[in-house]
Design a protein. Structure first.
Length: 316
């Protein structure tokens, strides 16, 4: 149960700071935000900068610098710490480095007495979410990764641009790894209440165009990293969305990194991977096990197997 409407952020880099900023300017539920970073000066600077804008906010939030001890009464601990993806690197290249960093972080958080919900955003996010669950020994519903929430937002943006329809009226998801082996749920996609299959039948879009849109989703991070060095604004908003869903007990469907153990055909077990799930104050209320096509199921299994191959190399 929620105790204090308090969130602790671990990691004051681009992603963490963007989340903190998004939370302060669109906050109606969180009362307190504590920022922790190995670079204490960076964390303290972010706290000062955020607090200096309190006059412009509709609702003030108590932002402060802290330590792991501050996690004890938090509802949510958000982890964005870790090494970032560099030009030419895939997210999976970060597994060994970030898993070691996470062992230290998660152990310290749990040692504080924290018993809330973990929200993980560090890459490779599906694996780091699994690592968090293993090191914390928390129930699976209390460990959440950002999964494919950003990929899905990118997909809906590209479809919105293509069809000139507001993203709020596009229902489509990216599932699987937050990375190169993801896939779009085209068979379940609806645009302005109309199944995508009807647009295809009417010749208003082609299979080739859809393939290109998915490629744009997969390559989006690489493009942004090439142009500005890192991605952080959009994922910051995505983390804020997950935090609000928990604090506000929204029971909203989000494509997060959830624990899969036999859903979607039964072959995928003991893994965190991007799948639409219902998020509420308890964390993950339910992983939706809706019917996807055999082609999509094959892609889902392939994505899970790729993640498994990396997880199996980690010593817990």
């Amino acid at each position: 149960m929620l105790k204090s409407n308090k969130v602790v952020l671990i990691g004051a880099g681009g992603v963490g700071s963007s989340f903190a900023y998004a939370l302060t300017i669109d906050n109606s539920l969180v009362h307190e935000l504590v920022i922790i970073d190995v670079n204490e000066n960076k964390a303290k600077g972010e706290v000062m900068d955020l607090n200096h804008g309190q006059m412009f906010l509709k609702k003030n939030i108590n932002v402060s610098f802290g330590t792991y001890k501050d996690c004890v009464n938090a509802d949510i601990v958000v982890i964005t710490a870790g090494l970032n993806q560099k030009p030419g690197e895939t997210r999976l290249d970060l597994v060994d480095k970030n898993s070691k960093i996470f062992k230290d972080i998660v152990t310290n958080v749990v040692a504080s007495g924290f018993d809330g919900i973990f929200v993980v955003a560090s890459n490779p996010v599906d694996i780091m979410t699994y690592v968090t669950m293993k090191y914390s020994k928390f129930p699976i519903h209390k460990v959440i990764g950002t999964g494919t929430i950003l990929d899905t937002s990118r997909l809906r943006y590209f479809l919105s641009d293509r069809f000139n329809v507001n993203t709020q009226n596009i229902h489509s998801y990216i599932m699987g790894e937050h990375g190169d082996s993801s896939f779009a749920t085209w068979d379940e996609t609806k645009i302005a209440m109309k199944p995508l299959s009807e647009y295809l039948a009417e010749g208003k879009i082609t299979e080739l165009e859809l393939d290109e849109i998915h490629k744009k989703v997969v390559n989006a991070a690489y493009e942004v990293i090439k142009l500005k060095g890192a991605t952080y604004y959009a994922i910051g908003l995505g983390i804020k969305n997950i935090v609000n869903a928990i604090i506000g007990d929204q029971n909203i469907i989000l494509p997060i990194s959830s624990y899969i153990n036999g859903q979607y055909g039964g072959l995928i077990k003991d893994i965190y991977i991007g799948a639409p799930s219902i998020v509420c104050k308890e964390g993950v209320k339910e992983v939706l096990n809706f019917k996807i096509s055999s082609k999509e199921l094959e892609k889902f299994n392939n994505s899970a197997n790729q993640l498994k191959s990396y997880i199996d190399k980690i010593e817990f």
